[in-house]
Design a protein around this ligand. Structure first.
Ligand code: HEM
Length: 129
């Protein structure tokens, strides 16, 4: 999933900095425990969304705050779509033919709902609350 992420957008690499240290290659980033931990964090958010499918609004405040934190570290909203693309890529690779159009659509819907909730925490200049 993450090689795919940096293939799609190599400019995301410098956003992952731990102790002010930038990675020079995707390989270096992927072998860092902090980055691997971030992958677990992403997947735990997806897991929480799946378990709260019937009442996703209960995660709204958490996700808006999570969005705010990402804006603060310099993430652009569009970059979440790139993460979504690499997530779908990874799911397709793992599930093969079982990952049909309906399954793809369901994951796309779930992920975009998560991103929409995260984007509620985004401060857009001139945005009226
Ligand atoms: C290009 C996209 C992204 C970038 C560059 C990015 C970067 C970061 C960075 C630098 C941190 C702080 C350090 C750390 O905890 O590792 C962080 C924290 C976190 N990220 Fe991301 N992230 C991205 C996408 C996502 C997505 C899509 C999710 C979930 C759906 C997510 C979930 C989290 C969580 C749960 C934390 C921990 C927040 C906390 O400590 O309260 N990230 N992210």
């Amino acid at each position: 999933m993450c090689f795919r992420l940096f293939d799609l957008d190599p400019d995301l690499l410098p956003l992952f900095q731990y102790n002010c240290k930038k990675f020079s290659t995707p390989e270096e980033c992927l072998s860092s425990p902090e980055f691997l931990e971030h992958i677990r964090k992403v997947m735990s958010v997806i897991d929480a969304a799946v378990s709260h499918l019937e009442n996703l609004h209960s995660l709204a405040e958490y996700l808006a705050n999570l969005g705010k934190k990402h804006q603060a570290v310099g993430v652009k909203l569009e970059s979440f779509s790139t993460v979504g693309e690499s997530l779908l890529y990874m799911l397709e690779k793992c599930h093969g033919p079982a990952f049909n159009m309906n399954v793809r659509e369901a994951w796309t819907k779930l992920y975009s709902t998560v991103v929409k909730a995260m984007s509620c925490g985004w401060d857009i200049p001139g945005k009226v609350e």
